[in-house]
Design a protein around this ligand. Structure first.
Ligand code: SAM
Length: 453
């Protein structure tokens, strides 16, 4: 039986719709398993499962499968995401509706639940920067964004204050802040063990620092989406009041069907936020609010840069993509990427200010007359349909994902995309009767072969 901290239960007594009895009871059940489908990688998977009310692509699963053993998980056909946090997409959709060409920053983005969701909601002219300050977590974020396959989704690894230099740059900033984690007690026993009032206070102060650092980067009339997985007012409503006290910020109200069980709450200053209790919704604990920035931090004048488009690379690597109306750029010592034309200027400016893990779609590199294609192309929704490929069974796919020889027998020579259910998993180079497996080492499945069967 999970025993909840008394100090937390006392603190929550006065929170709207908190019911101590049903709240404790909900914590005796397993956490809910849910996934969100990638609408750009349709497979027909999980269609029969119950929908998450606030997310068209969200599905509840009756039990937790071993995702590692599903090649479609590795192909980016879906993302395993906690259901309540999918509400971020609903909120964003209500606010940005028909807006195109937005610059969006997901400030605390790893492992990538909200970023993959936002990527699916933005139009192609929009740019999403997914940022994660902790380098090891930025690696996981990079992998998950690569699986999702969008060229207009870039990954950076910076402290929030580094973005503060970009005055008035972003239309939307999402700050899913590090928090005390009380909303995840059912999923994360460590959060339960480490919970304390002192930690709530420490998190609240850190949240204020993060928001103060990032506020200048939001445009006037731009949007801040603030979220935590904490129930504590100090990290939720009080943060909204703190923002309204420091800056000119106004909360945005959205309509929500009552049957969803989401609780609209008001801060002391009357700002709206939305809280999820596990006894009211089928999901974990969550808090979210959207604020409009009414003050200005001064929009900077940014110079225009000369195009870095590389025709030679376009000639060599252009065959990899469906649409060649992109910029082929050298973005690192031996790294070449494709950027959407609308975003080249952003890259030219941002690369001087922040540390990029990836911008646009990594293409790979020249190798004599040959082209060594990047793993990212195999997972990209922009990969040319005409690329030579081999369709594999689940067993072959799992061998490939273990970086083993999947046993294809004799096949045509050359680079081949390994496809499962029509989705790319990675590259092999066929030498005729044997192959080299080009799955990056750190993407390899580590489960023993016996577990795969
Ligand atoms: N948005 C993510 C998602 O949906 O998958 C979850 C983000 S998690 C709640 C908060 C993230 O903030 C963590 O990845 C953590 O590493 C990062 N973080 C920790 N300290 C931070 C700081 N001082 N500034 C910004 N981000 C920080």
């Amino acid at each position: 039986m999970i025993s909840l901290p008394e100090a937390l239960l006392t603190e929550l007594q006065h929170i709207k719709r908190f019911d101590k009895h049903t709240f404790i009871e909900a914590h005796q059940h397993d956490p809910v398993t849910s996934i969100r489908l990638n609408q750009d990688k349709i497979t027909g998977l999980f269609q029969e499962q119950k929908k998450v009310p606030w997310c068209t692509e969200g599905r509840y699963l009756p039990e937790r499968p071993v995702f590692t053993l599903d090649p479609l998980y590795h192909a980016g056909a879906y993302y395993v995401q906690e259901a309540s946090s999918m509400f971020t997409g609903y909120l964003l959709q209500q606010i940005i509706k028909d807006h195109k060409g937005l610059r969006v920053l997901d400030l605390c983005a790893a492992p990538g639940g909200k970023s993959t969701h936002i990527a699916s909601l933005l139009d192609n002219e929009s740019l999403l920067i997914s940022n994660e300050v902790i380098r090891a977590r930025a690696t996981i974020l990079d992998e998950n964004m690569t699986r999702w396959g969008h060229m207009n989704t870039w990954v950076t690894a910076n402290d929030p204050r580094d973005f503060g230099k970009l005055h008035g740059y972003f239309d939307v900033v999402v700050a899913d802040a590090p928090c005390s984690g009380s909303g995840l007690f059912r999923k994360d026993k460590k959060a339960l063990e480490e919970w304390s009032e002192a930690n709530v206070q420490m998190c609240s102060e850190r949240q204020q620092r993060i928001l103060a650092d990032i506020w200048p980067a939001i445009k006037q009339d731009g949007i801040l989406i603030y979220a935590t997985c904490s129930y504590s007012r100090k990290e939720d409503e009080d943060i909204l009041d703190w923002l309204a006290g420091q800056f000119e910020a106004e909360a945005i109200h959205v309509d929500i069907p009552a049957e969803w069980g989401v609780v609209e709450v008001k801060s002391n200053k009357g700002l709206s936020g939305y809280r999820f209790f596990p006894d009211n919704v089928y999901g974990e604990g969550f808090f979210i609010a959207a604020l409009r920035k009414n003050d200005s931090s001064g929009e900077e004048y940014y110079p225009r840069f000369k195009s870095g488009h590389d025709l030679k690379i376009q000639q060599q690597a252009g065959y990899l993509l469906t649409d060649n109306n992109v910029r082929f750029m050298q973005t690192g010592k031996e790294e070449y990427c494709a950027l959407l034309p609308d975003h080249e200027q952003d890259w030219q400016l941002l690369q001087k200010l922040v540390y990029f893990r990836k911008a646009g779609l990594r293409l790979g590199q020249p190798a004599g007359k040959d082209w060594l294609p990047a793993h990212d192309v195999a997972l990209s929704i922009d990969a040319a349909a005409s690329l030579p490929g081999i369709d594999v069974t689940r067993e072959q796919a799992l061998h490939f994902l273990r970086r083993e020889d999947p046993g294809f027998g004799t096949i045509d020579k050359g680079w081949m995309l390994v496809r499962y259910n029509g989705l790319g998993l990675g590259w092999i180079k066929s030498l005729g009767n044997r192959i080299n497996n080009y799955l990056p080492k750190h993407w390899r499945i580590r489960m023993e072969i016996a577990d795969l069967d």
